[in-house]
Write a protein that binds this ligand. Sequence first.
Ligand code: COA
Length: 263
Amino acid sequence: MNIYTTEELLEARRSITSTLNKCEKVILKLQPGKSQHTLMARRIAAFRIALDLIERELNSMTIRLEEPGDYREVENLTREAFWNKYRPGCFEHYVLHRYRDRPEFVKELDYVVEEDGKIVAHIMYSRAQITADDGSTIPIMIFGPVSVLPEKQGKGYGSKLIRHTLDLAEKLGCGAVAITGDPGYYHRFGFVSGSGLGIYYNGLPRSEEAPFFMVKELKEGFLEGITGVYRDPEGYFVEYDDVEAFDAKFPPKEKKKLSGQLV
Ligand SMILES: CC(C)(COP(=O)(O)OP(=O)(O)OC[C@H]1O[C@@H](n2cnc3c(N)ncnc32)[C@H](O)[C@@H]1OP(=O)(O)O)[C@@H](O)C(=O)NCCC(=O)NCCS
């Protein structure tokens, strides 16, 4: 199933409505019972079905900016998505909670997907920088946490949010975006290994492969001729005790040590 933005649905509705209007004028000139009339009638019925489905989709699903009234629901969604995924429990909901007040937080890219009044997915971006070998700093962005409710995963919500916000980041003038995660997922959006662009993850030897650290240029050639080091912004580093205190405000959840976790 594909997920469409409100703009895409509105554009499709405009386009189908205009074609439908033309077909409705044409059919008046055709003789009922003749094959051309039957064909046109079928076409009109198909357009009406498409418009109904678009209307239904417009009423049920929206990609929109996060609002203060969403904060708790989105933090809980983030907790649900990350819980026991990379370690027993998770800290990403606390990262998000603190981040909204930080200067690096990119409010214009703090997006949710809402479906039938329930938030099912969320993404946030942070401003970050590359320290180039010549001492200069190159402003970029990083995104994450990106979260989809467990029961909604694998249905395209994550891809839609990522593509939508990468487009917006480009419009905001961002030259490149970094991500740390599974290359199997992020390569589809055009992210490549940071080392391939001469950008290395802080603290790791340059000779060591770090496929989890990826970069995508939004402006072609933005990183050309640059080598340097990327370090996650301070906001991503949290203290264990602070996470525990914050997590205690949510319904109890069992921490489990599972295979495949990083820690
Ligand atoms: C990762 C996540 C945001 C992806 O969103 P999603 O809506 O589930 O994924 P989509 O439907 O857009 O894409 C589905 C595809 O991504 C793959 N995929 C999903 N999560 C993946 C992951 N963590 N690693 C690798 N591939 C992944 C699926 O196998 C599927 O592959 P296919 O298209 O080849 O069949 C979501 O699964 C999630 O919230 N996971 C838990 C939290 C998390 O890991 N966040 C990212 C941290 S870097």
